[in-house]
Write a protein of this length. Structure first.
Length: 209
């Protein structure tokens, strides 16, 4: 490895270190409370070093969210191979759940931590199912509607998609927020996720098939 390649690798390692530290702090302390100096202190760098990689805190948040949403979209690779939209919808719900459980800090920042709108300039291409997780979900719902697999009153793909999302978000966010709560006799996490998927999807499908 030559000097140029080594410098580039070191640069990417530092950027990843900054992104990971910022994500943790945004989740733990809230976006508004965290400063670039606070992030620099966390990784024992100078604020100048942070600004060399990121113009400001908003740019840093923007890059974290783009990377995390791309990671989420990539979790749907197995689901994308399924032809039947009902089975694809179920697998997508479970893949979403597994992402949240595997990457709780990513999930907290993406869906459970208030932060300012990120604008329209993203690395994620809005509407592209390969990069946009919501677009992927909606494409499955649209396929099911087109093939008349849902109840005849369910013709609004946005409404169905957002309801499916809300149900799975409930399972993930409840686990993240209350996983150490001993007041409730919790049933298996995977069992709860599968029951939620089945309940949601079975409530959508057209009877008689």
């Amino acid at each position: 490895m030559g000097p140029r390649e080594r410098r580039e690798r070191e640069r990417e390692e530092i950027r990843t270190l900054i992104l990971d530290a910022a994500r943790e702090l945004f989740v733990a302390e809230g976006y508004e409370a965290v400063t670039m100096r606070r992030i620099a202190d966390r990784i024992e760098y100078s604020p100048t070093a942070i600004y060399f990689h990121f113009r400001d805190k908003e740019t840093l948040l923007h890059e974290i969210c783009d990377a995390d949403f791309l990671e989420l979209a990539q979790q749907f690779g197995d689901a994308a191979k399924i032809a039947d939209p009902i089975e694809k919808l179920k697998e997508t719900g479970l893949a979403y759940f597994r992402f949240g459980v595997e990457f709780p800090n990513h999930y907290r920042l993406m869906f459970m931590t208030p932060h300012p709108p990120l604008g329209d300039d993203h690395d994620v291409e809005k509407g592209n199912p390969e990069e946009d997780a919501y677009a992927f979900l909606k494409s499955i719902v649209e396929q099911a509607i087109k093939e008349k697999r849902f109840r005849p009153d369910l013709t609004d793909a946005e409404l169905v998609s957002q309801t499916m999302w809300a149900g799975m978000h409930g399972v993930v966010s409840l686990h993240i927020a209350k996983c150490n709560d001993t007041w409730v006799e919790w049933r298996g996490l995977e069992d709860r996720a599968r029951l939620m998927v089945d309940t949601l999807v079975n409530g959508l499908v057209r009877h008689g098939r």
